[in-house]
Design a protein around this ligand. Structure first.
Ligand code: MLT
Length: 268
């Protein structure tokens, strides 16, 4: 019996055994993981999840909080018969992955932290999120975040992967203003979860785009160092030429890191 309304999920890769659960970044939805899921070994099951307020998942009347997002991911997966899973999150998805490891440590068999960070927002970042939340509510449009692809993609992608710009813009355009505002407020309220990693002793894969401007390598090193304190099996992969959207910009390299994480969890 779950207490929350199930989120929208899709098996992006049909396989057996312990699944990889793929949590998307802001302001996107599960579609961003499709190319990376397609590059995984065929035996691995990969479940994409639309987080609350994104894609085809509703807000369920909840107050903005990533703990609520984590609870709904957990309940949704339990409803699907998933007893435990490797949780992989990009940026905002990584914040939710850490909240899951905090709230349901036994459920999270391994953690993939991609272009993300474990620290909380600065006051300035919080104020900026509140400004964006108010702007999307006032205008009832997503205009305030439509320019984000320039920050999400690398300078190299701006030259060599220009086709990704309209793809990201169309994904952002299809999101709801209410969802955008909710997610901004939820992220603004999140605590520093570095201490969760310091206690988390299952395998961890930290992945960062070499040109990530939003969650740069120093954040990845901070998370890897914290996870190593727990004595678990931790890798840090830097993906060359990509920015904050490593699984979209270079799906094959991220898939290799996630397949390795899956193997490390299975043979733990
Ligand atoms: C994301 O890609 O999910 C965002 O950059 C997260 C954030 O705004 O902190």
């Amino acid at each position: 019996m779950t207490r929350t309304t199930p989120l929208n999920t899709i098996d992006l890769r049909v396989g057996g055994g312990l699944p990889l659960v793929l949590l998307h970044g802001f302001p996107l939805d599960l579609r961003m993981w499709a190319p990376c899921a397609a590059a995984l070994p065929p035996s691995i099951r990969a479940i994409g999840v639309d987080l609350p307020g994104a894609g085809h998942s509703d807000l369920d009347g909840a107050r903005p909080s990533l703990e609520n997002s984590a609870e709904r991911v957990h309940d949704t997966l339990r409803e699907l018969g998933v007893g435990n899973a490797i949780i992989v999150g990009l940026s905002m998805g990584g914040y939710v992955a850490l909240a899951l490891a905090d709230l349901y440590p036994g459920f999270v068999a391994g953690l993939g932290l991609v272009d993300t960070k474990s620290v909380a927002d600065t006051d300035e970042a919080r104020a900026n999120r509140r400004r964006i939340a108010s702007a999307v509510e006032e205008t009832q449009t997503v205009d305030a975040v439509l320019g984000m692809p320039a920050a999400l993609l690398s300078d190299t992608s701006a030259v060599e992967r220009r086709h990704l710009f309209p793809v990201l813009e169309s994904w952002i355009h299809s999101q709801s203003p209410a969802g955008i505002a909710w997610m901004q407020r939820a992220m603004a309220a999140r605590p520093d979860r570095t201490a969760v990693l310091e206690k988390y002793d299952a395998p961890v894969a930290v992945v960062v785009g070499a040109q990530d401007k939003l969650a740069p390598r120093a954040e990845a090193e901070h998370m890897a160092a914290a996870a190593r304190m727990a004595g678990g099996n931790v890798t840090l992969t830097e993906v060359p030429d990509v920015g904050h959207m490593a699984p979209v910009e270079d799906p094959e390299t991220v898939a290799l890191a996630l397949a390795d994480l899956h193997r490390r969890v299975r043979f733990r």
